[in-house]
Design a protein. Structure first.
Length: 398
């Protein structure tokens, strides 16, 4: 094959009406794997200090990694050509993510954290180059210019912050994050003619979810490995933890219809799409944090109890996952109409509220029983979701 045949001009791959079936490429799967590996690296300090204070740091870095992934994914679902230039730019982005992960082990006021921000800026600059390349498409000029300018300005702030010391660095980071989020949030008026691919984008989210759930299973395995002797409570916690992850998988794909096609034709559907996409961040953060919490429980010595802060963090993480899944389910094309939204969410809200009682029972309930109760409640919610499917009507008919 001649070299020039490896180069293709960007084209629109997501416009409704003439949209073609599309699946995730092998490069995109590799790209997702790198990101989840980065999430695991960022979460290492949380394994040793499982607390709300450590979660604040972890959540901030986790958000930046996920936001970088989302930016690339939204671009590729519209314009990806999988040609030589796109592959090289994707490789450079993967390298930037690796640098981010390598600089994620210390406090946010450290020099390494400044390197994390600079690497994030590098990835956004590459994304700007991709949008400038796609600007050659006539119908995409407003959308691509909007993203290139917004992300470019934000990247400049991230680079400036890398040379500043705390607390000034944090203020510049905050401005950069707001600009980054604002660029995406305010792009709605340019998206009507270029909606995300209805099949490809949910598949990418689904694949990322599966890989992240796999990281939670790895955390449970680490807890098993830490046990010198196989005790009954440890075995119960490990088995229940794996059941819990399995239930979340079932709920996500079958109960919540989270990876089903999402056709965007009306303003209402675009609003639901934003709730669906942004609702994945608390879902992912909750899954990752809960997996580490189950690892702690599995690794406890026989007769030991969780500290109250650890128990509350596990409980809140579970509630966040349950609330996120219920919210994502409410946005699906198979969900009930908005007139019945309260009835749709009510049983999930009641069960999530019941889970909050676990935090108050932390000095009485054995740690392994925490996981068993969470698995049972989540299984009930899956059953409710599957039962509700009988009453579903397409969202565009509501």
């Amino acid at each position: 094959m001649r070299f020039w045949k490896l180069l293709h001009a960007p084209g629109v791959r997501s416009a409704e009406g003439g949209v073609q079936a599309r699946r995730a490429t092998w490069l995109e799967l590799f790209f997702d794997l790198i990101f989840v590996a980065a999430v695991a690296q960022v979460g290492r300090p949380l394994h040793s200090e499982y607390s709300f204070a450590a979660l604040l740091r972890y959540g901030f870095l986790f958000f930046l990694i996920w936001w970088a992934w989302l930016g690339h994914t939204l671009y590729s679902t519209r314009f990806d050509t999988d040609d030589l230039i796109q592959r090289v730019l994707t490789l450079l982005q993967m390298f930037a993510v690796a640098v981010m992960a390598a600089n994620a082990g210390e406090a946010l006021d450290s020099r390494s954290a400044a390197g994390f921000g600079a690497a994030y800026a590098g990835m956004r600059i590459i994304l700007v180059l991709q949008y400038l390349r796609a600007r050659s498409i006539e119908k995409s000029k407003r959308l691509t210019t909007h993203h290139a300018v917004g992300f470019g300005l934000a990247a400049g702030l991230w680079i400036v912050a890398a040379f500043l010391s705390a607390p000034l660095r944090f203020w510049v980071w905050g401005a950069a994050v707001l600009l980054d989020i604002g660029t995406t949030a305010l792009s709605g008026r340019h998206e009507k003619d270029l909606p995300p691919h209805p099949e490809h984008l949910p598949e990418r989210f689904g694949l990322f979810t599966i890989i992240l759930m796999g990281e939670s299973l790895v955390a449970i395995m680490r807890g098993i490995e830490s046990q010198e002797y196989w005790s009954g409570p440890a075995a119960s916690a490990a088995l229940s933890g794996m059941v819990l992850v399995f239930v979340f998988w079932w709920w996500y794909f079958d109960g919540a219809h989270a990876a089903k096609e999402r056709h965007l034709r009306t303003a209402k559907e675009f609003r639901r799409f934003r709730v669906w996409s942004y609702g994945h961040f608390p879902l992912y953060l909750g899954i990752a944090t809960l997996g580490i919490g189950v690892e702690h429980i599995v690794g406890l010595s026989q007769g030991a109890y969780l500290h109250r802060g650890e128990a509350w963090l596990i409980t809140v993480s579970a509630v966040v996952v349950m609330a996120s899944l219920a919210t994502i389910a409410a946005t699906s094309e198979q969900a009930r109409s908005s007139r019945r939204l309260r009835a749709f969410l009510a049983p999930h809200g009641l069960l999530a509220a019941a889970v909050l009682l676990l935090g108050a029972l932390s000095h009485w309930l054995p740690p392994y029983a925490y996981v068993i109760v969470l698995a049972i409640v989540s299984a009930i919610q899956v059953g409710i979701s599957l039962t509700e499917r009988r009453g579903y009507v397409p969202a565009f008919e509501s």
